[in-house]
Design a binder for this molecule. Structure first.
Ligand code: ZN
Ligand code: ZN
Length: 194
C-alpha cells in the first residue's frame, strides 16, 4: 500500500486545519468554551456536508458524458470497487473545491476568519471520523456493536439500496431527511461478509 498517496488527504487537511487553528488562537483569544463550541458546530455541520455530497453529488444521475465521468470519479468508482483504497478515500480533486466553498461560506456568514478556522477544525475532525468509519465498514468487522451496525448499514447502501442510507457516520441524518431504512433484513447479516 502506498501510504503517502492513499493518505495524502489526511496529511493535507491536518496541515491546513492545524495551521489555521494555531494562527487563529495566536491572533485572537477566544475562550476555550467558545473554541469547543465552534469546533462542535463544525463537527455537526460535517454530518450535513457528508449527507449532501453523498446524496446530491455522488449519486447524481448525470446526463452528459463529462458529468457522468465526474460522478464516476467522485463516487461511483467506489461502488464498482468498494475495497480499493484510491476510490474509498476521497481524493483531493473531489474534496478541495467543497472544502474551499465551506471556508468561504463560513467566513462570509460569521465575518471572522478565526471563527471559520475553528468551524473548519470541527469539519475536518468529522471528515476524518467519516473516512475511518468508511474504511472499517469495508475492511474490518469490529466486536463493538455500534461499529458493526454502521458497517451493516453502509453495506446495505452498497448492495441493497443505493438511493437510501447515505449516512456513513450516522443513520440519524437519513432519518432526518427521509432516506432511512432499518437494517432488519434477511440479507443484512450476509452483507457483513462482503
Ligand atoms: Zn462505501
Ligand atoms: Zn454511495
Amino acid at each position: 500500500m502506498n501510504y503517502w498517496k492513499e493518505f495524502l488527504p489526511f496529511y493535507f487537511y491536518s496541515a491546513i486545519a492545524g495551521s489555521l487553528t494555531i494562527k487563529a488562537s495566536w491572533y485572537k483569544s477566544y475562550s476555550l468554551s467558545k473554541i469547543l463550541l465552534l469546533a462542535g458546530v463544525g463537527m455537526i455541520s460535517w454530518m450535513f456536508v457528508e449527507y449532501g455530497l453523498h446524496r446530491f453529488f455522488f449519486h447524481y444521475e448525470a446526463k452528459s458524458p463529462t458529468a457522468k465521468q465526474l460522478v464516476y470519479r467522485m463516487h461511483l468508482s467506489h461502488h464498482e470497487n468498494p475495497k480499493a483504497l484510491d476510490s474509498l478515500f476521497s481524493s483531493l480533486y473531489t474534496s478541495v473545491p467543497f472544502a474551499s466553498f465551506y471556508c468561504l461560506l463560513t467566513w462570509l456568514v460569521t465575518g471572522s476568519w478565526q471563527m471559520m478556522s475553528y468551524l473548519f477544525l470541527g469539519l475536518i475532525t468529522g471528515y476524518f471520523a467519516y473516512e475511518l468509519l468508511h474504511y472499517q465498514a469495508h475492511h474490518y468487522t469490529s466486536k463493538l456493536a455500534p461499529l458493526r451496525y454502521l458497517k451493516k448499514y453502509h453495506m446495505l447502501h452498497h448492495y441493497q439500496s443505493p438511493k437510501c442510507r447515505f449516512g456513513v457516520t450516522t443513520p440519524f441524518i437519513d432519518w432526518l431527511f427521509g432516506t432511512y431504512k432499518a437494517v432488519a433484513s434477511k440479507n443484512a447479516e450476509k452483507t457483513l461478509t462482503v
